[in-house]
Design a protein around this ligand. Structure first.
Ligand code: AMP
Ligand code: ZN
Length: 492
């Protein structure tokens, strides 16, 4: 098998993927903060890691994929002083904070299901791992890299930076980091400007609180990922991922916590996805430019001309490499819809292509190019371009044009390849673009075609024509072939 190369944020270059304990791979991805619905930007990151997870499985690795749910400890503005987002939302909706967690966790799972993302092997929650986080805070204090002030525990970044490179992941120097952080005032409890909270003292009104050696409080955001990743994947594991926006603070602090606690770099390969943007602006909860996936599927949003099926949206996302920005537009989605239809139509044709003595193309080379694309840092757009090259071959064989032929053995290979790369790796399902399952559409169309056939047999051409015309109105065309009547969705 050809080696797999992936881009490591830590070394800022592509590296050959060599898991610590092959064939096992430990992969941790920072999951959603469930105080509100996930938007399409969040989904892009999770769909990208779904592609990565699927390809690792496809290559035969035994992956333990852990994706957490942040259900506590997230304060507004990502500072240690802001209001708790869960408590704020609970107050607004007049429910318990854990009802907020449940509501948005269920919503997130449903969206992931619609996008056909495989569930992770473990989905730990921050509130379910309070004791692990407290233990880790205690260890960091013991190691001398954290201190307590009035019930809150801070990580001592200055002290850590004396022996370690704090800006290693973000490639930034301490002087620059300090220059970009506000000066401390007399009201600040922390000693250093860059220090961050590991454990936060609960104010009287704070509902989500737990007892700790430092009194009633709740964990800071960063500690949950260090505690849960090391619990399920060990102190050193293979892949840690998330969106690029997490590099500077969340992941930088995760590295510092783990190194302070375990004296070793926690992660071999750091992987980050680029942002989904709308008119060039990053989609985010705070910017208010976030589409909910349901709005995109139904088309009910002022910026949308119409709705798009989840598989079309997934295809649209995969047509861009995960490390490039992806700008949302109606035009791009429409183009993806057409492309996806073309790919599916060719996929269907594979079932009954006529074979020849020899293939007019080199199947081995074709197959190799698919693997090479994915082995080059999971380059799904290059893989899709290669699959379209296959679509051209399939259509030419079907139409018997250009002298393009395929042998029986190569056809079998091609079917295996398309099943593997389209269904298993890209995770696309054979839905029609309205979001109906292919099976249901086939059943309904088969019934309609039979009714029309019956009408024609009785020489009732008026009914037969009405059926054809009505179908045409919804862009479905009937074609007579030697194997009978088949239906197709027209490209609009
Ligand atoms: P959050 O729920 O805000 O913690 O984000 C969950 C995941 O979505 C994180 O890995 C973020 O980096 C990622 N994310 C947030 N906004 C975007 C965006 N516009 N495009 C891609 N990923 C994003
Ligand atoms: Zn995290």
């Amino acid at each position: 098998m050809e080696p797999l190369f992936l881009y490591n944020t830590l070394s800022r270059q592509k590296e050959k993927f060599e898991p610590i304990h092959p064939p096992f791979v430990g992969m941790y991805v920072c999951g959603p903060t469930v105080y509100s619905d996930v938007h399409l930007g969040n989904c892009r990151t999770f769909v990208s890691f779904d592609l990565i997870y699927r390809y690792l499985l496809f290559c035969g690795f035994k992956v333990r994929y852990v994706r957490n749910i942040t259900d506590a400890g997230h304060l507004e503005g990502d500072h240690d002083e802001g209001a708790d987002k869960f408590a704020k939302k609970a107050k607004l909706e007049q429910v318990e904070p854990m009802e907020i967690v449940q509501k948005y966790s269920l919503g997130f799972h449903e969206v992931m299901r619609l996008f056909n993302a495989l569930p992770p092997n473990i989905e730990p929650t921050a509130t379910g791992h309070i004791s692990e986080q407290i233990e880790m805070c205690k260890k960091i204090i013991e190691e001398g890299f954290a201190y307590e002030v009035n019930g809150t525990v801070y990580f001592d970044v200055q002290k850590y930076a004396q022996k370690n490179n704090y800006g290693t992941l973000s490639n930034r120097k301490m002087e620059d980091l300090l220059a970009n952080t506000r000066e401390l005032t007399g009201q600040d409890e922390k000693k250093g400007r860059l220090d961050f909270a590991l454990w936060i003292k609960a104010k009287p009104e704070h509902l989500m609180r737990w007892p700790s050696p430092w009194g009633q409080g709740f964990p800071g955001w960063h500690i949950e990922c260090s505690a849960m990743s090391s619990k399920y994947l060990g102190a050193q594991f293979d892949i840690h991922g998330g969106g690029m926006d997490l590099i500077a603070t969340h992941h930088t602090n995760e590295v510092a916590q783990s190194v302070a606690c375990n004296h070793s770099e926690p992660v071999k390969y750091w992987m980050h996805t680029n942002m989904l943007t709308v008119n060039g602006v990053r989609m985010s909860k705070s910017a208010g430019n976030g589409f909910l996936p349901e709005e995109l599927f139904s088309g009910k949003h002022p910026l949308l001309e119409r709705g798009y099926a989840p598989m079309v949206v997934r295809f649209f996302m995969l047509q861009t490499h995960y490390r490039s920005t992806l700008d949302f537009s109606n035009e791009a989605l429409s183009a993806s819809e057409k492309g996806f239809q073309r790919l599916l139509s060719a996929f269907k044709l594979l079932g009954n292509l006529k074979t020849s003595e020899k293939s007019s193309f080199n199947m081995e080379e074709f197959k190799l190019k698919c693997y090479q694309a994915m082995n080059d840092d999971f380059n799904s757009p290059v893989l899709i371009a290669q699959l379209f090259e296959g679509v051209r071959i399939i259509n030419s064989v079907n139409d018997a044009v250009g002298g393009v032929t395929i042998s029986a053995a190569d056809l079998e290979e091609m079917k295996k390849l398309y099943n593997g790369f389209v269904l298993d790796v890209l995770g696309l399902k054979q839905e029609d673009t309205t979001g109906h399952s292919d099976e249901l559409a086939e059943q309904v169309m088969s019934a309609v075609i039979n009714i029309r056939k019956g009408a024609r047999l009785k020489k009732d051409f008026t009914t037969a024509d009405i059926i054809r015309d009505e179908l045409k109105k919804i862009h479905i065309v009937l074609k007579d072939t030697k194997d009978g009547v088949v239906w197709e969705k027209e490209n609009q």
